[in-house]
Design a protein around this ligand. Structure first.
Ligand SMILES: Cc1ncc(COP(=O)(O)O)c(C=O)c1O
Length: 424
């Protein structure tokens, strides 16, 4: 038994999904102590869009540390923070005419969601939040209240009050028109549901099973929010930071959320950082009213500036387009045909292989575990964890992407042939 298994709480998860002792990592490969190499289709759950130990970001960090740069300062003004705000403003806000202020929350994604919910309530004077079925927004109590997964919700032993879950646009509820449904709720004096402060949205439900919303649906949703004076919160924690090509996942639809939550790959180096962006008119906070010791991690600011520069110089937007085409073709033409009704969904560099139709919840688990044995890290998401999530670093070399897909295909063939003998 390893020391982790002996002493770390039962709550540990990824040490079970990926049972090896990791020591080093570079780019899109992780190395274990026993010398095994793993191609990374997991990317730190979205925190490593620029790969492990990205050389450009590492250099910036080393320079900063060697110069005795400030490493902790709560939310004092620091040069590192100023540079981050200026760079982000210049590269990601100004070109898209986004006039947002920054709120640094700390240190992980759930903190940004907590702050967004509080701010929406404070700014509107309303309590309710609409969230979508399949949505994942974190597991602290406020974020958990807008997270739909029963597994996580049941652990809280608290009813999640003031939240109404609405079907997403994914067809699970048979093409249900959720925008008309919400319209009816608000217009019906007998619906029993009050106008919410905000609607919280993932443009692609990642943990929920890689469900991708359409441009038209997002535009309808924005119009609905504007009509009723409801704030639109875009949780871009997992699929923002260039995962779909554009830095913001909502950009392609041309919508402008009132509040945007970012975390995971914002620092680009796996350093904890989370932030909210919102319109100035929403800035209803009193100084210090929402706080936290670890807001605005200084090393993360330095890394984030380097990550934004790297994104431009490595032309990551275009790299994602190339990988999107490759993944879409490979998954559709070679993997979806391995058993009836395998669904492939995705956009940019996040894709899902949905094995729900096999009616055997063990298949996806076995495939992910066999992939691990074959040196490929792959996570499972969605209802009953039936969806294999492909989410490599955005800058993964094409050869590695191809090799990872080949390993996945081999494992799927082995497993699905034996399943097909049994089931079909
Ligand atoms: C969309 C989304 N929101 C919020 C979170 C919570 O972030 P964290 O785990 O850093 O608290 C996650 C984590 O996976 C996420 O995917």
């Amino acid at each position: 038994m390893s020391i982790v298994d002996e002493f770390e709480s039962n709550v540990r998860y990824y040490s079970r999904a990926f049972p090896d002792l990791f020591t080093q990592a570079q780019g899109s490969i992780m190395y274990s102590k026993r010398g095994k190499e793993y191609i990374d289709f997991f990317a730190g759950a979205g925190a490593l869009n620029y790969g492990h130990n990205n050389a450009y970001i590492k250099e910036a960090l080393i320079r900063y540390i060697q110069s005795n740069g400030i490493t902790h300062a709560l939310d004092m003004s620091t040069e590192a923070k100023e540079t981050f705000i200026a760079t982000f403003h210049k590269l990601q806000l100004l070109p898209h005419s986004l006039d947002y202020v920054f709120q640094f929350c700390g240190p992980s994604g759930t903190n940004a969601v907590e702050a967004a919910i509080k701010l929406a309530r404070k700014a509107t004077g309303r309590t309710g939040i609409f969230s979508f079925m399949g949505g994942f927004h974190g597991v602290t109590l406020g974020s958990l209240s807008v997270t739909s997964n029963a597994f996580h919700r049941n652990a809280a032993f608290l009813p999640s009050s003031h939240v109404t879950f609405i079907p997403y646009c994914d067809g699970i509820y048979g093409g249900f028109d959720s925008i008309t449904y919400m319209e009816n709720i608000l217009n019906d004096t007998h619906s029993g549901i009050d106008k919410p402060a905000a609607i919280i949205l993932e443009t692609i439900q990642a943990e929920g099973g890689i469900y991708v919303s359409s441009k038209a649906w997002l535009q309808d949703l924005e119009r609905f929010c504007r009509r009723h004076g409801i704030l639109l919160i875009c949780d871009d924690i997992q699929v923002g930071c260039g995962r779909v090509g554009e830095f913001f996942s909502f950009k392609e639809a041309g919508i402008v959320p009132d509040i945007v939550a970012l975390s995971k790959s914002i620092s680009g180096y796996g350093l904890p950082m989370s932030l909210l962006l919102y319109s100035r008119t929403l800035d209803h906070w009193l100084p210090g009213e929402h706080n936290g010791t670890f807001r605005g991690n200084q090393l993360a600011f330095v890394a984030a500036v380097a990550a934004l520069e790297y994104r431009e110089s490595a032309n990551l937007k275009q790299q994602v387009q190339v990988k999107e085409m490759y993944l879409k073709k490979y998954l559709t033409e070679r993997l979806s045909i391995l058993a009836p009704d395998i669904a492939i969904r995705g956009r940019g560099a996040i894709w899902g292989i949905d094995l729900s139709a096999l009616n055997d919840h063990n298949v996806a688990k076995k495939i992910a575990s066999d992939c691990f044995e074959n040196g490929l890290l792959i996570e499972r998401v969605g209802r009953h964890d039936n969806v294999l999530k492909i989410m490599p670093p955005l800058n993964i070399e094409m050869e590695l992407l191809e090799e990872g897909c080949r390993r996945l295909e081999q494992v799927m063939i082995q497993n699905l042939l034996s399943t097909s003998v049994r089931t079909f």
